[in-house]
Design a protein around this ligand. Structure first.
Ligand SMILES: Cc1cc2nc3c(=O)[nH]c(=O)nc-3n(C[C@H](O)[C@H](O)[C@H](O)COP(=O)(O)OP(=O)(O)OC[C@H]3O[C@@H](n4cnc5c(N)ncnc54)[C@H](O)[C@@H]3O)c2cc1C
Length: 313
C-alpha cells in the first residue's frame, strides 16, 4: 500500500491523504484509520483514478459525506474514494437540474427553490451528497429522490462512463441498482416542476427543518434513522422509533453507544463508542423488537468492512 500511496500522490497531487482516522471524518465519529483516501476534483480525475486502480488490481470503496456509514474499528485497507466538494458543480436550465455527485443535498434543495423549482424540498434536511442520496434513494416524508431522476452518469471499475435512465437505476424504497453495482455516480440529471411561488417552498423547507430539529437529536454524533420503516409493522405497531421506545430501550447503552433519549430510532456515539458497540446495540434492539412483534427490522445504515465491502447490518 505504501508504494501505491506514493504513486497516487504523484498522479493526483493534493488529492491524496494517508492514514486518515475515519473517526475524524465520519458522521458517527467512529472507525479506525484509512490507509489511503483520495478526493477526486473532476470526473476525468475520477475516471483516471479508477482505471489506474483497476490496472494495479487495487480494491477501492466509494463514500460521500458518510452520513449513512459505520466504519470498522480496524479501519480500511481498500483505497477510499471520497466524492465531495471537488465534484459539486450544478447547472439549472428550465426545470432540468444537472448536478455532480458531490453536491451537498440541502444546498441543492435551496438552489432549486431559489430557481423557482419544486419537488425536492423534502431533502432539505438530509446531510449527505447527491451521489449518496441517489445510491440510497433517500428522501423524507415517504418520498425518494429517484422519482425526480431522469438519468445518472457513473464511472465503472475500469474508469469508463456509464449512463443509466431512471428505469435502469432500479429505484425502490431506500434502495437502487447502485447498491449492488461497482459504479461510482459522477452526475445526476433531475427533472423538477415549476413552483408557483418560491416563498411557499421556502416556508415548507423551514417547517421541515423546524420539525426535524424538534424531533431528532442534534448535539451528539449519529447516523440518522438506524432502522427502515416496514409498512406491515407500521400498520400494526407504528414506526421503528415508537416500537423501540415501547420496548423500554430509550437510553439503553452498549459501551459508549446508546439509544437516543430524544428519538429511539437514533443510536448516539456518547464520545468513545466503537463500531463493535453500535453493532451489538443494533443486534440487541433488532432481537428485542423481533421477539415482541414478530418483525425483523431492516437496518438503513451500512457497515464498511476493513477490506472495503459495504454490508447490510
Ligand atoms: C442526522 C441525519 C439525518 C438523516 N436523515 C435522513 C432522511 O431524512 N432520509 C434519508 O433517506 N436519509 C437520511 N439520513 C441518512 C443519509 O443522510 C442519507 O442516506 C444520505 O443520502 C447519504 O449520503 P452520503 O453522501 O452521506 O453517503 P454515504 O453515507 O457516504 O454513503 C452511503 C452509500 O452511498 C454510496 N455512495 C456514496 N456516494 C456515492 C457515489 N458517488 N456513487 C455511488 N455510490 C455512492 C456509499 O458507497 C454507501 O453505500 C440521515 C443521516 C443523518 C446523519
Amino acid at each position: 500500500m505504501k508504494k501505491a500511496a506514493v504513486e497516487l500522490a504523484r498522479l493526483f497531487p493534493g488529492a491524496v491523504r494517508c492514514d486518515v482516522p475515519l473517526s475524524s471524518i465520519s458522521r458517527w465519529r467512529i472507525g479506525g484509520n484509512a490507509d489511503i483516501l483520495v478526493s477526486p476534483r473532476s470526473i476525468d480525475e475520477l475516471s483516471h483514478l479508477r482505471g489506474w486502480l483497476y490496472s494495479c488490481g487495487l480494491p477501492s470503496v466509494v463514500i460521500g459525506a458518510t452520513s449513512n456509514l459505520l466504519f470498522a474499528d480496524e479501519g480500511l485497507r481498500a483505497v477510499v474514494i471520497q466524492i465531495g466538494c471537488g465534484l459539486s458543480s450544478v447547472t439549472i436550465r428550465g426545470s432540468r437540474v444537472n448536478a455532480e455527485a458531490g453536491t451537498w443535498v440541502p444546498g441543492l434543495a435551496r438552489r432549486a427553490m431559489m430557481a423557482g423549482l419544486t419537488g425536492i424540498e423534502h431533502t432539505c434536511g438530509i446531510p449527505g451528497t447527491l451521489g449518496g442520496l441517489v445510491c440510497m434513494n433517500g428522501g423524507s416524508q415517504r418520498k425518494g429522490i429517484g422519482s425526480h431522476v431522469v438519468s445518472v452518469v457513473s464511472v465503472d471499475v475500469r474508469g469508463e462512463r456509464v449512463e443509466r435512465n431512471q428505469q435502469a437505476c432500479g429505484f425502490a424504497y431506500r434502495t437502487s441498482a447502485f447498491q449492488s453495482s461497482d459504479e461510482i455516480i459522477s452526475s445526476v440529471e433531475l427533472e423538477l416542476e415549476a413552483g408557483a411561488d418560491h416563498r411557499v417552498q421556502r416556508r415548507e423547507m423551514l417547517d421541515i427543518m423546524r420539525s426535524r430539529r424538534s424531533k431528532f437529536p442534534q448535539k451528539l454524533p449519529n447516523c440518522g434513522s438506524v432502522f427502515v420503516s416496514n409498512p406491515a409493522m407500521y400498520a400494526q405497531y407504528g414506526p421503528p422509533g415508537k416500537v423501540i421506545e415501547a420496548q423500554g430501550l430509550k437510553g439503553h447503552t452498549v459501551g459508549d453507544a446508546f439509544v437516543s433519549h430524544e428519538h429511539a430510532n437514533f443510536i448516539i456515539n456518547g464520545g468513545q463508542a466503537r463500531a463493535a458497540d453500535v453493532l451489538a446495540l443494533i443486534a440487541l434492539v433488532k432481537d428485542q423488537v423481533a421477539r415482541a412483534t414478530g418483525y425483523s427490522m431492516a437496518v438503513e445504515a451500512r457497515y464498511v468492512t476493513p477490506v472495503g465491502t459495504i454490508k447490510e447490518i
